[in-house]
Ligand binder design. Structure first.
Ligand code: HEC
Length: 716
């Protein structure tokens, strides 16, 4: 068994007092006013929404491909996307057309049977290599629209010809700054996950900065016909709103020192009851909370809203006063579970920490006990960590927890085991230890989880959840920001805005996918770099909030041209006394994880009982596999897909395979090497009597080859 009891070692030491909470913060305020549509039934033979359907279960009832014939799957068609690089996209299929989006944010419509392009939208002059997990579709029967985002723009296209819908917003576009307070003007906003369609609304996820310059993450619903703003929910409550008292700083809701609390991972919606389920991210700045003391509602909450009005129904906070960037990383799954012989409509939320929280859908009542466990205090001036954090008693975590690592848990295949062992000893390895400035914490599960944006698949009526997970340990260390002398210089701006990723000496963290900027003058144009700073690239956020002057000061510093006196407005950094020192993985000299395998896993969890049906390592490390060792599992991004008739498909692994498993026992039934790793969730559909499974192969992440193919498989 891969998953050990999380409560056995370190945490038990802190459990001298453990409060069992029932209904903590989850009582519904008012009777659900949403109108019930009891006749609504999703058709699981289609894949017309992100992750399959509004319940985000990655689930299909198509049954031509079976356990018996899955071995015969072969490539039915391949589409070459107009640009190359990482694609996290989950395509949707409407009638006989497949819609997707490329690495450079060009939208394509393909004949889903042949893979031939029907139309392509996007101009090459303004290509943007930013993350997009797909597009949304809306129709009233006559009008058919595709929605996608580029930079801060939500764009509506005619689904039939790919032309912008001029009557939507401003000639087809709505700027996602719309409806945010004036403080958000000019701040970075993008959207990486498709909006959720409910009736005539599109409810939008947004990505914002993770520093003190972050825009607020207010949830907003827009009219799909006109682009008008219909409702807003303040994720950082204003005076008089519930949760306002959980922020001990007036400036939080005013968005002058604090921001974030955004939904970036997408949402699920129960179309029968009209309840929208929103997993929320952390408050910004991420790792230092001295300017946002208190529990910080609705950060890190699963929030249930009336989808028509945006009114709150219930919420549950999964991390109080987050200091670890524990955003809720994926939409929840809407499923049914059995309790004492009765069927209960439930909502299950996976987390980066490797927990699954399961609630009754309409009331928010937890379906397994959740313990408020005592956790360690902060060692930093001005910081007050929450005394307790919620930990579900069942199911046990699906990812190894830091306090379970023993000294044996060093990569057994590594050349430098001795050194790694010493290093392992030097870290703070307490569960939910707040970050400090002297001793680095080892963060396991790492910054990306545990569960990540790929999320979980589920059998909606059986209550079985299928989730893949990473087991990568990362360092977490802060440092004081005392260097105020340089505050307006290019150097100071670089250190406060860029160095956590690209490092103070420009070398980047190639193992974490962050390029070196050391030789930029030789390989990039100044205008190209200016563009990247303004709009971001791939997983790098843009910095539109920096003035022209500031961007040029950073570029001068980067290119070794910095002059002595550069005037610029003082940076946000002055407000934050500590900064993050960098997203470093704990690796060996060959770039393999320093901790013992498995490094990536796949699990089937029975949410009726809270027990595991099976757990397996997911993926192989070819160099170790070649020596005849068991599968190590690999880091993996992108989720699984399950079928009613017993199959589970998943790509996601660094080794570049797509695999099919028997969903009942985790036995591998088929695998196929892809043209580039698919860090994306597959989709399933049927056209003219033929069943297809399709996945986007963009590679690039985790230092893998770049790709530009969408590959569809079918039986011969
Ligand atoms: C959160 C981490 C992060 C931060 C903060 C960040 N970057 Fe990046 N940066 C990246 C990543 C990841 C890439 C690679 C993007 C890709 O190619 O997909 C990148 C790419 C770049 C590139 C392009 C390099 C190339 O080879 O094309 C430049 C230039 C750059 N960053 C400059 C900056 C500057 C200047 C700042 C501060 C204003 C900054 N970055 C802040 C993560 C970051």
């Amino acid at each position: 068994m891969l998953v050990k009891n999380p409560l056995k070692r370190g945490i038990r030491e802190f459990l001298f007092l453990s409060i069992v909470i029932v209904l903590f913060g989850c009582q519904p305020d008012k009777k659900i006013e949403a109108e019930m549509k009891s006749d609504y039934q999703y058709n699981y033979k289609q894949w017309s929404e992100y992750l399959g359907g509004p319940d985000r279960n990655h689930y299909s009832e198509l049954d031509q491909i079976t356990k018996a014939n899955v071995k015969q799957l072969e490539i039915a068609w391949t589409y070459t996307t107009p640009d190359i690089g990482q694609m996290q996209m989950n395509p949707i299929i409407i009638d006989t057309i497949l819609y997707g989006i490329s690495a450079g944010l060009k939208v394509f419509a393909l004949n889903a049977e042949s893979g031939k392009e029907v139309w392509l939208y996007g101009d090459s002059k303004n290509a943007r290599h930013n993350t997009s997990r797909g597009v949304s579709y809306w129709t009233d029967g006559k009008d058919k629209r595709i929605f996608f985002t580029k930079d801060s723009m939500l764009i509506a296209l005619n689904a039939l010809n790919g032309k912008p819908v001029e009557s939507f917003g401003d000639k087809g576009k709505v700027d996602l700054h719309k409806g945010l307070p004036a403080s958000a003007k000019g701040k970075y906003i993008a959207s990486t996950t498709p909006g959720t369609i409910f009736e005539d609304l599109i409810i939008m996820p947004v990505r914002v900065s993770e520093g003190s310059d972050a825009a607020p993450g207010n949830l907003r619903a827009f009219n799909v016909r006109t682009g008008e703003l219909v409702w807003t929910f303040h994720t950082i409550p204003h005076p008089g709103e519930l949760g306002y008292e959980t922020w001990e700083n007036e400036k939080a809701y005013q968005n002058t020192e604090v921001g974030g609390v955004n939904n970036w991972a997408g949402m699920a919606v129960d179309k029968r009851s009209g309840i929208l389920f929103v997993p929320l991210g952390s408050a910004a700045p991420d790792f230092y909370g001295g300017r946002r003391l208190g529990d910080n509602l609705f950060a890190n909450c699963l929030l249930a809203l009336n989808a028509r009005t945006g009114e709150r129904i219930w919420h549950f906070q999964t991390v109080h006063h987050d200091l670890w960037d524990r955003d809720l990383p994926a939409p929840p799954n809407l499923i049914k579970v059995m309790r004492e012989g009765k069927e209960i409509e439930a909502v299950a939320q996976v987390t980066k920490q490797g927990y699954v929280f399961v609630f009754e859908r309409t009331t928010g009542k937890p379906l397994f006990e959740i313990e408020e466990s005592i956790v360690p205090p902060s060692t930093l001036d001005g910081e007050v960590a929450s005394k307790t954090q919620p930990i579900p008693v069942l199911p046990r975590p699906f990812a190894r927890q830091i306090n379970e690592l023993s000294t044996d848990d060093i990569n057994p295949y590594s050349k430098n085991r001795k050194e790694l062992l010493e290093k392992l000893k030097s870290y703070n390895k307490t569960l939910l230890q707040p970050p400090g400035i002297n001793k680095p914490n080892l963060l396991l599960p790492g910054y990306d989880g545990g569960a990540e944006w790929g999320g979980a698949a589920a059998d909606p009526d059986q209550g079985i959840l299928y989730v893949n997970s990473n087991e990568m340990a990362w360092e977490l260390l802060l440092e004081p920001t005392t260097n105020n002398k340089y505050n307006s210089s290019g150097k100071a701006l670089y250190i406060s805005n860029c160095a956590a990723c690209h490092q103070k000496d420009f070398t980047g963290l190639p193992q974490s996918g962050i390029p070196s900027l050391a030789k930029m003058q030789e390989i990039a144009s100044r205008s190209g770099m200016y563009e990247v700073i303004s709009n971001g690239k791939g997983m790098m956020p843009g910095f539109p909030q920096l003035t022209k002057h500031q961007k040029n000061a950073i570029l001068d510093y980067l290119l070794g041209l910095e002059k002595q006196e550069i005037l610029a407005t003082p940076q946000a950094e002055t407000k934050v006394p500590y900064r993050h020192t960098g997203y470093k993985k704990f690796l060996d000299s060959d770039g393999l994880p320093a901790i013992s395998p498995p490094w990536g896993t796949l699990h089937a969890i029975d949410l009726n009982s809270g027990t595991y049906k099976w757990s397996i390592p997911l993926g192989i490390t070819e160099s170790i596999d070649a020596l005849g060792h068991p599968p190590t599992g690999t880091e993996n991004y992108g989720g699984p897909l399950v079928t009613e008739n017993g199959l589970l498909f998943i790509a996601a692994t660094k080794d570049g395979y797509i695999r099919a498993f028997d969903k009942d026992n985790g036995k591998m039934l088929w695998k196929k090497k892809l043209p580039a790793p698919a860090f994306a969730t597959p989709a399933m559909y049927s056209v003219n009597g033929k069943q297809f499974v399709v996945v986007a192969c963009g590679g690039e992440k985790l230092g893998t080859v770049k790709g530009n193919k969408v590959v569809a498989f079918a039986l011969p």
